[in-house]
Design a protein around this ligand. Sequence first.
Ligand SMILES: *Cc1c(COP(=O)(O)O)cnc(C)c1O
Length: 430
Amino acid sequence: MRYYSTRNKDKKAVTFERAALTGLAPDGGLFVPEVMPEYPSAVKSSLPVMNRHDIAFETIKPFVHGEIPDAALGDILQDAFNFDAPLARVKDRYVLELFHGPTAAFKDFGARFMARTFSYFRRGEDKPLHILVATSGDTGGAVADGFFGVAGISVTVLYPKGRVSPLQERQIAGLGGNISAFAVEGTFDDCQRLVKAAFADEGLNKRMLLSSANSINIARLVPQTAYYAVGAARALRETGTAVTFCVPSGNFGNLTAGMYAREMGAPIWRFIAATNINKTVPDYLESGVYAPRTSTPTISNAMDVGAPSNFERMNAHWSLKRLLETLTGVFISDETTRETIKRVHDRYGYILDPHTAVGWAAVDALQSDGAAIEGVPVGVLATAHPAKFAEIVEPLIGAVPVPPALQTVMERNVIATTIPADISAFIDSL
Ligand SMILES: *Cc1c(COP(=O)(O)O)cnc(C)c1O
């Protein structure tokens, strides 16, 4: 498979390796596959009877075809996806639980796959690859954990000092080894500015082989297609029909991956794009006008995005008319999100994290509208474990059980270098 930039008018395509190791295209665009792959018909018809590893393999294979041989891809996937994405039944709907990985959020799928493919591409090379990543909290933890101990790669994570939760700080700065953490005296935007400046610094680029791991990287998006196919195949097995997935969205990488899985032929009927008050995409679907804006803070803060970076990918693939055929946008207030967490716990004994609750509430809103989802199976993507957001969830419903993956994190010591939000201070300390 070859990839081209969303801004590249002459469509000069690059390999998956090049697209993955570059991250952002040189013209500032995002890499997208040259053609949308489709399952061979024999694979498509046997999805409901295949196990999750085989489904993941068949889903990801065309995206890396010709570059990662089958045996190596099989090993990468076994190692990266060493936890399940179960489809839980709650009341009249399904919840696709994506929080059973080491950092208890769906970003583990992308980060773990990316770490292992980068390591594969760098096999036999002497010069280590150096990943720089700026985080507001969640991404840094997943990337640090995903790359921890991976041969030939070191990672530097920049996070805004005092602005991430104690748990997030330990996920980012508690590992040591090949993971270094910088606590920047500034905001997330400062962290991003420093990383951008480092990529542009000639001296540093001579000294180090740099790469990025931010959320626009195609190597984080591709592995996410797999759990949609696994979840849809399981739903089909149980209900005999295609599922509608509701995706709590911020940068819209997750939803774009779902659209890829559907285009490939996974048994998915439609999507619901659920956002918090940062409703740029629902507004676009309603008005046809795309108006990015600055973000507003909410209790589902991993979705506080006013200018979703993956919109550029969606726009490159699908016209507004095509999007409206498969996608419904809904936005949900913090008040409704809180009310939903409480109600779902009280009635069904199931604990939603604030992001998943936005998804659940979006389905409620469409059902009470008498919309076309009545009577069809609906699956809400659970993007994080509620224990990650205990400070919001516990005042509503009481104590939240902590999953094993998070239990030991708080025992880690934070080992971070504090730096001012200053470009030369950062570059000198690399
Ligand atoms: C990152 C994240 C999201 C948003 O995903 P996008 O791919 O950016 O749309 C939703 N929920 C949680 C818990 C996240 O960490």
